[in-house]
Design a protein around this ligand. Structure first.
Ligand SMILES: [Zn+2]
Length: 217
Protein backbone atom coordinates (compact mmCIF):
# COMPACT_ATOMS: atom_id res chain seq x y z
CA UNK A 1 0.00 0.00 0.00
CA UNK A 2 2.90 2.33 0.82
CA UNK A 3 4.12 1.84 -2.76
CA UNK A 4 0.79 3.09 -4.09
CA UNK A 5 0.78 6.14 -1.83
CA UNK A 6 4.26 7.01 -3.03
CA UNK A 7 3.04 6.45 -6.56
CA UNK A 8 0.20 8.94 -6.08
CA UNK A 9 2.70 11.47 -4.80
CA UNK A 10 4.98 10.87 -7.77
CA UNK A 11 2.04 11.17 -10.19
CA UNK A 12 1.03 14.50 -8.73
CA UNK A 13 4.48 16.00 -8.59
CA UNK A 14 5.60 14.73 -12.00
CA UNK A 15 2.97 13.71 -14.60
CA UNK A 16 0.16 15.89 -13.30
CA UNK A 17 2.49 18.83 -12.84
CA UNK A 18 3.45 18.72 -16.52
CA UNK A 19 -0.11 18.02 -17.79
CA UNK A 20 -2.11 20.57 -15.81
CA UNK A 21 -3.67 22.11 -18.90
CA UNK A 22 -4.85 18.70 -20.13
CA UNK A 23 -6.56 17.88 -16.84
CA UNK A 24 -8.11 21.36 -16.62
CA UNK A 25 -9.51 20.95 -20.14
CA UNK A 26 -10.86 17.48 -19.33
CA UNK A 27 -12.48 18.77 -16.14
CA UNK A 28 -14.08 21.78 -17.84
CA UNK A 29 -15.13 20.27 -21.16
CA UNK A 30 -15.80 16.66 -20.16
CA UNK A 31 -14.59 13.55 -21.92
CA UNK A 32 -14.73 13.01 -25.67
CA UNK A 33 -12.89 9.73 -26.20
CA UNK A 34 -12.75 8.43 -29.75
CA UNK A 35 -12.30 4.82 -28.72
CA UNK A 36 -14.04 2.27 -26.54
CA UNK A 37 -11.37 -0.22 -25.46
CA UNK A 38 -12.64 -3.56 -24.13
CA UNK A 39 -9.98 -5.72 -22.57
CA UNK A 40 -9.20 -8.25 -19.85
CA UNK A 41 -8.73 -7.35 -16.17
CA UNK A 42 -5.23 -8.84 -16.33
CA UNK A 43 -2.71 -6.50 -14.65
CA UNK A 44 -0.21 -6.95 -17.48
CA UNK A 45 -2.47 -5.34 -20.07
CA UNK A 46 -2.28 -1.55 -19.70
CA UNK A 47 -4.37 0.06 -22.46
CA UNK A 48 -3.00 3.62 -22.26
CA UNK A 49 0.55 2.33 -22.11
CA UNK A 50 0.33 0.02 -25.13
CA UNK A 51 -1.47 2.63 -27.25
CA UNK A 52 0.54 5.65 -26.02
CA UNK A 53 -2.66 7.51 -25.23
CA UNK A 54 -3.39 10.21 -22.66
CA UNK A 55 -6.22 10.56 -20.13
CA UNK A 56 -9.47 11.28 -21.97
CA UNK A 57 -8.61 9.29 -25.09
CA UNK A 58 -9.78 5.77 -24.23
CA UNK A 59 -13.07 4.77 -22.63
CA UNK A 60 -12.06 1.46 -21.05
CA UNK A 61 -14.13 -1.55 -20.07
CA UNK A 62 -12.38 -4.43 -18.40
CA UNK A 63 -13.62 -7.82 -17.30
CA UNK A 64 -12.29 -11.33 -16.89
CA UNK A 65 -11.59 -12.58 -20.43
CA UNK A 66 -12.60 -9.38 -22.32
CA UNK A 67 -16.07 -10.81 -22.82
CA UNK A 68 -18.99 -9.01 -24.44
CA UNK A 69 -22.01 -10.72 -22.88
CA UNK A 70 -24.96 -11.76 -25.00
CA UNK A 71 -27.06 -8.77 -26.01
CA UNK A 72 -30.02 -10.07 -23.96
CA UNK A 73 -28.06 -9.97 -20.67
CA UNK A 74 -27.94 -6.65 -18.80
CA UNK A 75 -24.77 -5.84 -16.87
CA UNK A 76 -21.86 -3.47 -16.44
CA UNK A 77 -20.19 -4.31 -19.74
CA UNK A 78 -23.38 -3.89 -21.78
CA UNK A 79 -24.14 -0.60 -20.00
CA UNK A 80 -20.63 0.72 -20.71
CA UNK A 81 -20.91 -0.26 -24.39
CA UNK A 82 -24.26 1.52 -24.71
CA UNK A 83 -22.95 4.63 -22.95
CA UNK A 84 -19.81 4.78 -25.08
CA UNK A 85 -21.56 4.16 -28.41
CA UNK A 86 -24.84 5.98 -27.90
CA UNK A 87 -23.84 8.88 -25.64
CA UNK A 88 -20.12 9.44 -26.13
CA UNK A 89 -20.41 8.54 -29.83
CA UNK A 90 -17.02 6.83 -29.98
CA UNK A 91 -15.74 6.14 -33.49
CA UNK A 92 -13.86 2.93 -32.71
CA UNK A 93 -14.37 -0.10 -30.54
CA UNK A 94 -11.37 -2.33 -29.90
CA UNK A 95 -11.67 -5.70 -28.24
CA UNK A 96 -8.21 -6.61 -26.98
CA UNK A 97 -7.36 -10.10 -25.78
CA UNK A 98 -3.90 -11.12 -24.62
CA UNK A 99 -1.54 -14.06 -24.48
CA UNK A 100 -1.35 -16.15 -21.29
CA UNK A 101 -4.93 -15.14 -20.40
CA UNK A 102 -6.09 -16.94 -17.25
CA UNK A 103 -9.72 -16.75 -18.36
CA UNK A 104 -8.95 -18.50 -21.61
CA UNK A 105 -6.85 -21.10 -19.84
CA UNK A 106 -9.80 -21.78 -17.53
CA UNK A 107 -12.16 -21.98 -20.50
CA UNK A 108 -9.94 -24.74 -21.88
CA UNK A 109 -9.55 -26.43 -18.47
CA UNK A 110 -12.84 -25.88 -16.58
CA UNK A 111 -11.61 -28.09 -13.70
CA UNK A 112 -9.46 -25.09 -12.66
CA UNK A 113 -12.66 -23.33 -11.59
CA UNK A 114 -14.00 -25.70 -8.95
CA UNK A 115 -13.01 -23.32 -6.13
CA UNK A 116 -14.25 -20.20 -7.96
CA UNK A 117 -18.00 -20.55 -8.56
CA UNK A 118 -18.45 -16.91 -9.61
CA UNK A 119 -15.69 -17.07 -12.21
CA UNK A 120 -17.10 -20.40 -13.37
CA UNK A 121 -20.52 -18.82 -13.87
CA UNK A 122 -19.02 -15.87 -15.74
CA UNK A 123 -16.96 -18.12 -18.00
CA UNK A 124 -19.98 -20.28 -18.79
CA UNK A 125 -20.41 -17.60 -21.46
CA UNK A 126 -17.42 -19.08 -23.29
CA UNK A 127 -19.36 -22.22 -24.18
CA UNK A 128 -19.59 -21.19 -27.83
CA UNK A 129 -15.85 -20.45 -27.88
CA UNK A 130 -15.12 -23.94 -26.55
CA UNK A 131 -17.31 -25.46 -29.25
CA UNK A 132 -15.53 -23.48 -32.00
CA UNK A 133 -12.10 -24.43 -30.66
CA UNK A 134 -13.05 -28.11 -30.41
CA UNK A 135 -14.30 -28.01 -33.99
CA UNK A 136 -11.49 -26.03 -35.64
CA UNK A 137 -8.42 -26.48 -33.45
CA UNK A 138 -8.72 -30.05 -32.21
CA UNK A 139 -5.41 -30.79 -33.99
CA UNK A 140 -3.51 -28.16 -31.97
CA UNK A 141 -2.03 -28.57 -28.50
CA UNK A 142 -0.25 -26.56 -25.81
CA UNK A 143 0.78 -22.96 -26.58
CA UNK A 144 -0.51 -23.08 -30.19
CA UNK A 145 -3.99 -24.07 -29.04
CA UNK A 146 -3.85 -21.45 -26.27
CA UNK A 147 -3.03 -18.62 -28.72
CA UNK A 148 -5.65 -19.83 -31.23
CA UNK A 149 -8.25 -19.77 -28.44
CA UNK A 150 -7.24 -16.27 -27.33
CA UNK A 151 -7.64 -15.08 -30.94
CA UNK A 152 -10.90 -16.93 -31.50
CA UNK A 153 -12.29 -15.46 -28.27
CA UNK A 154 -11.70 -11.94 -29.63
CA UNK A 155 -13.60 -12.87 -32.80
CA UNK A 156 -16.52 -14.31 -30.83
CA UNK A 157 -16.71 -11.12 -28.76
CA UNK A 158 -16.69 -8.99 -31.94
CA UNK A 159 -19.70 -10.99 -33.10
CA UNK A 160 -21.44 -10.43 -29.77
CA UNK A 161 -20.71 -6.72 -30.11
CA UNK A 162 -22.29 -6.56 -33.58
CA UNK A 163 -25.46 -8.07 -32.10
CA UNK A 164 -26.16 -4.81 -30.24
CA UNK A 165 -28.62 -2.98 -32.53
CA UNK A 166 -27.09 0.45 -31.87
CA UNK A 167 -23.62 -0.91 -32.73
CA UNK A 168 -24.87 -2.47 -35.98
CA UNK A 169 -26.72 0.74 -36.89
CA UNK A 170 -23.71 3.02 -36.44
CA UNK A 171 -21.48 0.55 -38.30
CA UNK A 172 -23.92 0.52 -41.23
CA UNK A 173 -23.81 4.30 -41.36
CA UNK A 174 -20.01 4.18 -41.44
CA UNK A 175 -19.79 5.99 -38.09
CA UNK A 176 -18.26 3.15 -36.10
CA UNK A 177 -15.37 0.78 -36.74
CA UNK A 178 -14.80 -2.30 -34.62
CA UNK A 179 -11.46 -4.10 -34.39
CA UNK A 180 -10.04 -7.19 -32.74
CA UNK A 181 -6.60 -7.08 -31.15
CA UNK A 182 -4.34 -9.45 -29.25
CA UNK A 183 -1.55 -8.12 -27.02
CA UNK A 184 1.47 -10.41 -26.77
CA UNK A 185 2.91 -9.85 -23.33
CA UNK A 186 6.41 -11.27 -23.90
CA UNK A 187 7.18 -9.16 -27.00
CA UNK A 188 4.93 -6.13 -26.51
CA UNK A 189 3.52 -6.76 -29.98
CA UNK A 190 -0.10 -5.98 -30.75
CA UNK A 191 -1.84 -8.01 -33.45
CA UNK A 192 -4.96 -6.86 -35.27
CA UNK A 193 -7.46 -9.12 -37.00
CA UNK A 194 -7.59 -8.55 -40.74
CA UNK A 195 -10.96 -9.81 -42.00
CA UNK A 196 -9.69 -9.71 -45.62
CA UNK A 197 -7.16 -12.48 -44.92
CA UNK A 198 -8.82 -14.02 -41.87
CA UNK A 199 -5.69 -13.64 -39.72
CA UNK A 200 -4.14 -11.51 -37.01
CA UNK A 201 -1.17 -9.42 -38.17
CA UNK A 202 1.21 -7.23 -36.14
CA UNK A 203 0.48 -3.51 -35.87
CA UNK A 204 3.08 -0.85 -35.93
CA UNK A 205 6.59 -2.09 -35.66
CA UNK A 206 9.01 -4.92 -36.24
CA UNK A 207 9.02 -7.49 -33.49
CA UNK A 208 11.47 -6.97 -30.64
CA UNK A 209 13.01 -10.23 -29.57
CA UNK A 210 11.61 -11.28 -26.19
CA UNK A 211 14.00 -11.65 -23.29
CA UNK A 212 14.93 -15.15 -22.20
CA UNK A 213 12.70 -16.46 -19.38
CA UNK A 214 13.76 -15.16 -15.95
CA UNK A 215 14.70 -18.68 -14.83
CA UNK A 216 17.18 -19.00 -17.72
CA UNK A 217 19.02 -15.75 -16.97
ZN1 LIG B 1 -6.92 -12.26 -19.43
Amino acid sequence: MQKLAEGVHAFHSQYFATHRALFRRLAERGQHPETLFITCSDSRVVPNLITSTEPGELFIVRNVGNIVPDVTLPGGTAAAIEYAVEYLCVENVIICGHTDCGAIEAALKPEMLERMPLVKKWLAQTERLRAIVAERYGHLEGPEKFVATVEENVLVQLENLRAFPFVAKRMEKGELKISGWVFQIATGDVFEYDPAVGQFAPIGRPSIKPLAPVSAR
